[in-house]
Design a protein around this ligand. Structure first.
Ligand code: SAM
Ligand code: SF4
Length: 327
């Protein structure tokens, strides 16, 4: 079975935000006081998530990403991964985390069947990291990265959001990491979401400019990976790792978009940048049949837009924060 939308895109990837809560307050993602967090009863239970994944897998979904908020702050995440692992057609279960709690969980997550982790890290400098995350301790992230590597959660992906005047002087340091270490270092364009006022065109750095900075180190050779998703990948000659650019604003990756999202409160979201959502929770909690849940999954694919037009929009800063949608 294969899920195809109106634009001949195969949809086989489901990103699930399991909580909107977080142990950090990154300046580009959340306001200092946080947002109004959902109450426990508002977010999907693990049983509900597993049911949706089972039904989505029967329709053709093969890859799952667990995200948040910070997914590792939700209790019993190892149990969730174990449960998802039993859904046979699912080939890949990945996790996006800020890494703060990863040292405690990496081994158990790997044993439970997690395939890989993406770790968000925007600076190597302890003081700057603390400032950008409003209190984060980088030594914990470094220990988390080591624990993930030791647990075999490879290839490990490091996601960095370069922001001008904040951390753009570290772009080359991040890229250099790939010379010696087989990580995927990915630069994500700063997107106009999150707290009011931080994003502006001066702070935003387009992927082509990021690539030009990285190329000061040496020429980049394009790399074709099995599943590249929205990233374009390159490598320095002889390097052990690869460098990716995720160009949400400048290069449309919508033509290859293979994903659906579920927010922590159970809304199916066909596009990160569209406000269109289909609420799964009433159906899940009113004893709806599997067929009805699958109808809603199909409906979200029917309304999936051909692409986003975020360059033309003026209401961007009113979009939900990434911590709610799951990035
Ligand atoms: N807490 C986890 C983490 O930080 O990895 C998972 C959730 S977080 C919302 C997922 C990703 O969204 C992170 O890599 C983060 O850097 C990214 N993100 C959040 N706000 C962003 C923004 N305004 N522009 C670009 N990326 C953003
Ligand atoms: Fe939390 Fe991730 Fe948002 Fe940072 S980017 S505040 S770690 S959800």
């Amino acid at each position: 079975m294969e899920l195809r939308d109106h634009y001949e895109r195969t949809i086989d990837y489901l990103r699930i935000s399991i909580t909107d809560r977080c142990n950090l307050r990154c300046i580009y993602c959340m306001p200092p006081q946080g947002v109004r967090f959902f109450e426990h009863k508002e977010i999907l239970t693990y049983e509900e998530i597993v049911r949706v994944v089972r039904l989505a897998a029967a329709l053709g979904v093969r890859k799952i990403r667990i995200t948040g908020g910070e997914p590792l702050v939700r209790k019993n995440i190892v149990y969730l991964i174990e449960s998802l692992r039993t859904i046979k057609p699912i080939e890949d279960i990945c996790l996006t985390t800020n890494g703060i709690l990863l040292e405690n969980y990496a081994k158990d997550l790997a044993s439970a069947g997690l395939s890989r982790v993406n770790i968000s890290l925007d600076s190597f400098k302890p003081d700057r990291y603390r400032q950008m995350t409003r209190g984060g301790d980088i030594t914990k992230v470094m220990k988390g990265i080591q624990a993930a590597e030791d647990a075999g959660l490879m290839p490990l992906k490091i996601n960095m959001v370069p922001i001008r005047f904040l951390n753009d002087d570290e772009i080359e340091d991040f890229a250099r990491l790939t010379l010696q270490i087989p990580y995927h270092v990915r630069f994500i364009e700063f997107m106009p979401m999150g707290p009011q006022g931080l994003w502006n065109s001066e702070r935003y750095i387009a992927s082509d400019s990021l690539k030009a900075v990285v190329e000061r180190i040496g020429p980049l050779v394009p790399v074709r990976l099995r599943r590249t998703g929205p990233a374009r990948y390159f490598r320095f000659n002889g390097a052990r790792g690869v460098i990716g650019f995720i160009s949400a604003l400048t290069h449309h990756f919508c033509g290859d978009c293979n994903r659906l999202r579920i927010t922590s409160d159970g809304k199916l979201r066909p596009c990160l940048f569209s406000e269109t959502e289909i609420d799964l929770k009433p159906a899940l909690r009113n004893y709806s049949s599997d067929k009805e849940i699958q109808r809603l999954l199909r409906l979200s694919i029917e309304v999936k837009p051909v692409g986003h037009n975020i360059q033309q929009r003026t209401d961007l800063l009113s979009l939900k924060t990434m911590s709610r949608i799951g990035g």
